[in-house]
Each structure stands twice: as structure tokens, then as C-alpha cells.
Design a protein. Structure first.
Length: 429
């Protein structure tokens, strides 16, 4: 059995907030009727004792069935049992003193508050018959059933039915709004977690890029200059040569540590497998979370690429899918990762509402702008094709730069826009 966490006063329904006041009203009316019966000089002591005993029974029954278990108030079977016994006690009390007819106001309210539409209408009709019978009995005349009384009864039944329907609609709408608020709160929590994680990942990427572009490149320059300076030393400069060796070793160790930090700051999903596997897992997870049919396809022969390329493509996938969820109202999304000889392409297409790219405001689409800037820095391109009601396609194309080790071994990467070490004879430390 699952339980819902307690809600604040602002989150509870109005009828729930009013329930304690209705309890007090019922207790007050019952107390007034009982006091009237007990202080009536025409009442015998046996009638007074009977009134007091039945009043205590009704109060105890109300406490046990309603006040003590507010979570069962909308349980139709339980409330029908309560109302049947309460009505029987009401009839018994009215035979002892007419002041207890005041309880009819409480019983009518309880019928409409505790029962759904059809049971409430039926119970109200039965209660009306009982009230007419008791009123006639107290007046000392028989109940006359004529056209007028039938018409009045039918009108009363119709009005009570409309009243019950109105209350039922209000309660259902309130419950629907509460469920919607709970869903919105859960979605807002998911978005907050996703945005927090995205922020952490962006910061990790920024740190990795800064370390790679500053420290690593600086260490490479130091080692290069030290190696270039060594041949210029005189043959007998052993001490200077020893210091150069120590400096070169320290620089290589620093370079190795910088590269280790860059690898450690890679997104966790890329550490668990290749870029192709990461895109497939990311798309499947996004589809399960959003409820949108999402497929991922990989063409060509997957191979390791430079970390900057893989991270940029992964971020592009995340940003495009996030935009689909926020804006597209799509039913299907397809992600295609294509490995070509000298390029790698990523295409994300959705069948959503689309938009006119010319109407995007200056402060909007920051994620796509940043993605396009990063693609340009890496020597690639980003294009967005969309039209109203025609879906959207985001395409990213980057140079297929190999991994750091492969680039260092083959001398690739120079002049491609990537800040990465090339073949210098240094090795990886």
C-alpha cells in the first residue's frame, strides 16, 4: 500500500479545510437540540434519559465513523452504513422531542458531502420521505399523498440531484487539479535535476577544455623548448644537462597529470562505452523518461575520436533532445550518428510543431547558439531546419579527428581548429 505525503494547508481541497468547522456545526446543533429536550418542562425523566442516551450514541457513532477516520469519508459503503444508523437514531430522537428535527440540516449536508452523485441522490430522496413522515407524525396528522405533494417531492428530488451533481463535479475537478499539480511538481523536480546535472557536465567540460588548452599545451611547449635547448649546451655542461633532464621529466609528469584530469572530467556516459553506445543509451533513456518514441541509428564504422569531438556531439544530442521535450510536442524522434571517412555527422529529427527560425528572439535558443559556436571552433557546422507544423532537424557535422594517442602517432590534428597536442616526439609521458 502506498501513502501520499502530507500536504500543506494551501494544497488541501476547500471542503477538506472546512471539515473541522462542519464537525463543530454538527456538535453545536446536536447540543442545542439536546439542551432543548432536556430543559423542556413537559418532558418526563424517562424521555430526558432516552434523549441523553441516544444523543451520546449519535455523537459517538459520528466520532467513530467520521471524525476518527477522515481518510474514509469518501468510502461509499462505510458512509452509507454511517448514514443508515444516524438516520435511525434521528428518527428515534424525534419521537422523544421535536427539537431534534434540527438534525435534518446536518444529515442533508452529510449525504451530499460523504457520498458520490447517485448514492447521494438516492439517500437524499429517502431522507426526504423520512422527514415528511416525521413532520406529519409530529403534527399529529396522517401523510396525504396527492398530486401536489408528488410534484413538490419531484421538484425537491430534482433540486437535490442537481445539488449533488454540482458538488460531485467540484470535487472531481479539485481532485483532477491536485493530480495535475502533483504531476507538474514531479516534472519540475525532474527538470531541476536534469538542469543541475547538465550544469555540472558543462562545468566539467569547461574545466577539461581549459586544462587541455592551457596547462597541457604549456607543458608541451616547455618540453619542446627544453629539448631544443639541449643540443646547444657545451659537451662538458653536465650539471646544466642534468637540470634540463629534471625539468623535462617534471614537464612530462605535469603533462601526463593534465591529460589524466582531462580524461577524468569526461562525461560518465562516455566512460562507460563508445560515443555510439552513449548516444544510443542517451536516446533510449530520454524516450523512456519523456514518453516520446525515440530511436537511435548508427551508420558507418564506429571508432574512437578526439575527446572534444565526442563530448561536443554528446552535448548536442542532449541539448537537441531537451529542446524537443520542452517545445516540440513531438510523437517521434530519430537520432542518427554517421561515421564517414573524414567527418562525423549527427542528425536529430522530430515530427513536432516546428517553428520559423526567422522568428526566434535574440534572447532565445541560447543552447543551440552555444552548440553552433562550439562546432565552429572545432572546424564543423551546425544547421537547424524547421517550419511551423513541419518538425525540426538539427544537424551537426565535425571533422573526424582521431583520439589523442592516434593523433600523436600519426601527426593528425594540426590546423583543424582543435587545440590538441600533435606529434612532437614527447609521447604521453
Amino acid at each position: 500500500m502506498t501513502t501520499r505525503p502530507p500536504r500543506s494547508a494551501a494544497e488541501t481541497d476547500a471542503w477538506e479545510r472546512w471539515l473541522p468547522r462542519w464537525h463543530l456545526a454538527f456538535a453545536g446543533i446536536l447540543a442545542v437540540a439536546t439542551a432543548s429536550a432536556l430543559t423542556d418542562p413537559g418532558q418526563s425523566w424517562s424521555h430526558r434519559a432516552g434523549s441523553l442516551g441516544l444523543t451520546a450514541a449519535l455523537a459517538g457513532w459520528y466520532w467513530a465513523m467520521v471524525v476518527a477516520r477522515p481518510d474514509r469519508i469518501r468510502d461509499t459503503g462505510r458512509m452509507l452504513l454511517y448514514l443508515a444508523v444516524a438516520t435511525a437514531l434521528f428518527v428515534a430522537l424525534t419521537t422523544l422531542h421535536p427539537a431534534f428535527m434540527l438534525l435534518i440540516f446536518c444529515l442533508y449536508w452529510q449525504v451530499y458531502a460523504f457520498l458520490c452523485l447517485l448514492p447521494a441522490t438516492s439517500a437524499a430522496a429517502a431522507l426526504t420521505v423520512i422527514v415528511v413522515w416525521r413532520s406529519a407524525a409530529l403534527a399529529g396528522r396522517p401523510v396525504e399523498v396527492g398530486a401536489q405533494s408528488v410534484l413538490i417531492g419531484a421538484i425537491a428530488l430534482a433540486v437535490s440531484g442537481m445539488f449533488a451533481w454540482y458538488i460531485d463535479v467540484i470535487i472531481r475537478q479539485s481532485e483532477g487539479r491536485r493530480r495535475l499539480i502533483e504531476e507538474l511538481r514531479a516534472t519540475r523536480g525532474e527538470l531541476a535535476v536534469a538542469e543541475r546535472q547538465a550544469g555540472v557536465l558543462r562545468e566539467r567540460q569547461r574545466l577539461a577544455r581549459e586544462i587541455h588548452d592551457t596547462l597541457a599545451q604549456g607543458f608541451i611547449g616547455i618540453v619542446t623548448h627544453l629539448e631544443a635547448a639541449e643540443p646547444a649546451l657545451p659537451p662538458d655542461a653536465e650539471t646544466a644537462r642534468w637540470h634540463l633532464d629534471q625539468a623535462r621529466r617534471s614537464a612530462r609528469e605535469g603533462l601526463a597529470e593534465a591529460r589524466r584530469l582531462v580524461r577524468a572530467l569526461r562525461p560518465e556516459i562516455l566512460e562507460q562505452g563508445s560515443l555510439a553506445e552513449a548516444v544510443i543509451r542517451l536516446t533510449a533513456g530520454w524516450g523512456a523518461l519523456s514518453g516520446v518514441a525515440a530511436t537511435a541509428t548508427v551508420t558507418g564504422i564506429p571508432r574512437p575520436l578526439h575527446a572534444e569531438v565526442e563530448i561536443t556531439l554528446l552535448r548536442a544530442t542532449q541539448e537537441a533532445l531537451a529542446n524537443v521535450r520542452r517545445h516540440a510536442a513531438a510523437a517521434c524522434v530519430s537520432v542518427t550518428l554517421s561515421y564517414m571517412e573524414d567527418q562525423i555527422a549527427l542528425d536529430i529529427h522530430d515530427d513536432g510543431v516546428g517553428f520559423d527560425p526567422a522568428t526566434v528572439g535574440a534572447g532565445e535558443g541560447y543552447g543551440l547558439v552555444a552548440m553552433g559556436d562550439r562546432a565552429t571552433e572545432l572546424g564543423g557546422t551546425l544547421t537547424v531546419e524547421s517550419e511551423p507544423e513541419g518538425g525540426t532537424t538539427v544537424a551537426v557535422t565535425l571533422p573526424a579527428v582521431p583520439t589523442l594517442a592516434a593523433a600523436s602517432a600519426t601527426g593528425e590534428g594540426a590546423g583543424n581548429g582543435l587545440a590538441m597536442p600533435v606529434a612532437t616526439g614527447i609521447g604521453d609521458g
